[in-house]
Design a protein around this ligand. Structure first.
Ligand code: IDC
Length: 511
């Protein structure tokens, strides 16, 4: 535990802080300085260590991100989905969600994260986080702080509370200097005082939560997949995350199902491919030869050690019931063919939509198709859509399917679907529904517009934080912004950066 305490405070003061050398006194912290005993004290407790050269740099200013993440770690709150690439983004998002500050004070774009934090904001964050019940007397504090009138009104409560609790004293002229920066030494003093007041003991301070890493290996390493709780797992029951590309409609872009593309994708670190066999729009119903295109693609992906999703891509044929009999025959054949193949995943209805419901249309369809697959001897993972283009996880959660190895798809397009849909997924996960993002795009929902990479990054962080598997729409060179490839891409020697569109570059960097 001691080590974790040591890590928690000093680690976030600066990325360049060194943890390994014990440093009971710092070369630049003089025993006559006013902050000596605090810094010494916190260093002795293992909260702080200096820089490699033995200095502490007590007079350097502390940034908003450094200060906030120290407090976040003291409170042991988990980082939320990061809003930017900034190292403290996850903690900042959590702090914002917890109401320690308002978004305009430190916008989630991160533009102010590295700026020195003002005293009034530092005190607000500290009080909201550590001593939210603390109150003070307006009359006493406002008359004793000389520059009280320069404090912004929104900071009155927390500043007054901090003064009353003895956490803030002000300078020797009796000023608070609300808009000034805070040095590292002053930050230590503030934090130590608040900590003493809370009675949080070092032993209660937990190891900061590390960013999650997942097993993203292929079939040979993971074998047959199974769903445990809400998590996709490998044959040994360890969590697995699949990341890869969906094809566009196989009737339009069959060439991208080829083994050379599977190989190029695998080289990029992807471990799954999704094969979108449309039912309508000149898809399988009117053009059954597409089944062979799909099988060829699936076999080629398996040969490259990649999991393969067989996607019954309903779309303009809104109701999965429309072609239920065709679906049953198709999945019976596929399940028999691939029943001993560990790399297969079935997606039985891409996106139900229109005037249908989960309980009246999608669920009864799924029950029939799932029993056909199981009767054929396959216990592969089965992905099930939901109404409104596979977004109504809430309906499915109220009336889930019975059986093993079933996951519910959620589809998003970053230009259209934002926090509300992430919240819906979180609720679904909390209620025990396993979720698989079998299709998402960096564009708007029509497959074009954008790209929306900032929102896409929020989604990526969210999926990472929740161990969600995903396929991106789409691997093709159609002139629409969701497409990953430029025309004339040659995958035989891999796929190079200049063969990727803006979307492709972004997505391929996330495998
Ligand atoms: C889109 C294609 C577009 C095509 C259209 C209709 O990008 O080129 O003209 O389908 O076939 C989905 C669907 C997926 C859509 C995609 C983007 O699953 O088939 O592809 N999308 O609109 N759901 C939400 C978005």
């Amino acid at each position: 535990m001691k080590n974790s305490i040591k890590k928690f405070l000093c680690g976030v003061l600066s990325a360049s802080f060194i943890f390994s050398v014990p440093c009971l006194a710092f070369t630049d912290v003089e025993s006559t300085s006013w902050y000596y005993s605090t810094v010494r004290n916190m260093s002795d407790k293992g909260y702080l260590k200096g820089y490699e050269d033995g200095s502490f740099r007590p007079k350097n200013t502390i940034s908003a991100a450094e200060f906030t993440s120290i407090v976040a770690r003291i409170k042991n709150i988990s980082p939320s989905a990061a809003t930017t690439e900034h190292w403290a983004s996850g903690y900042m998002a959590s702090a914002l969600e917890n109401g320690w500050y308002d978004w305009d004070e430190l916008p989630p774009t991160g533009e102010k994260y590295n700026e020195p934090i003002t005293r009034q904001l530092a005190v607000k964050i500290l009080m909201k986080a550590l001593l939210p019940e603390e109150r003070g007397d307006y009359g006493i504090v406002s008359s004793s702080v000389n520059d009280f009138s320069s404090i912004s009104g929104r900071y009155y409560d927390t500043t007054i509370a901090a003064y009353s609790a003895g956490i803030v004293k002000g300078d020797d002229k009796g000023n608070f200097n609300p808009s000034s920066a805070l040095t590292r030494a002053e930050a230590c003093t503030l934090i130590e005082k608040a900590l003493n007041k809370t009675g949080i003991s070092p032993a209660e301070i937990q190891e900061p939560i590390q960013p999650k890493t997942y097993n993203t290996n292929g079939i040979s390493a993971n074998g047959k997949l199974k769903v445990i709780g809400t998590q996709l797992c490998n044959e040994s029951g360890e969590p697995v995350v699949l990341r890869g590309m969906s094809t566009h409609g196989l009737q339009w872009f069959p060439q991208y199902a080829s083994e050379s593309y599977s190989k190029a994708l695998a080289q990029k670190g992807s471990n799954v491919r999704r094969f979108a066999m449309y039912t309508a729009e000149n898809g399988y119903i009117s053009n059954p030869s597409l089944k062979q295109t799909l099988i060829n693609g699936v076999d080629a992906a398996l040969a490259q050690d990649m999991y393969a999703i067989i996607d019954w891509h309903i779309l303009s044929d809104n109701d999965p019931m429309t072609y239920k009999e065709e679906a049953k025959a198709f999945f019976k054949e596929m399940a028999e063919k691939y029943k001993d193949e560990p790399g297969i995943i079935f997606e039985i209805c891409n996106e139900p939509n229109g005037n249908i419901t989960w309980s009246n249309n999608v669920k009864p369809y799924a029950e029939e198709v799932i029993s056909v697959i199981r009767e054929a001897g396959s216990d592969a993972v089965i992905l099930v859509g939901s109404p409104e283009w596979s977004q109504r996880l809430d309906e499915a959660a109220k009336d889930p399917l019975k059986g093993e190895n079933i996951m519910y798809t959620c589809h998003f397009y970053a230009g259209t679907h934002t926090q509300f849909l992430r919240d819906r997924i979180s609720s679904a996960l909390n209620s025990g529904l396993p979720v698989f993002i079998s299709e998402w795009g960096t564009s708007s929902a029509d497959g074009n517009g954008g790209t929306y990479l900032e929102e896409s990054q929020r989604w990526i962080d969210f999926m990472n934080n929740n161990g969600l598997s995903w396929c991106n729409w789409s691997l093709c060179d159609k002139n629409e912004s969701s497409a990953a490839l430029n025309p004339n891409t040659d995958p035989t020697d891999g796929i190079s950066e200049n063969e990727l569109t803006e979307s492709g570059k972004f997505v391929f960097s996330k495998f």
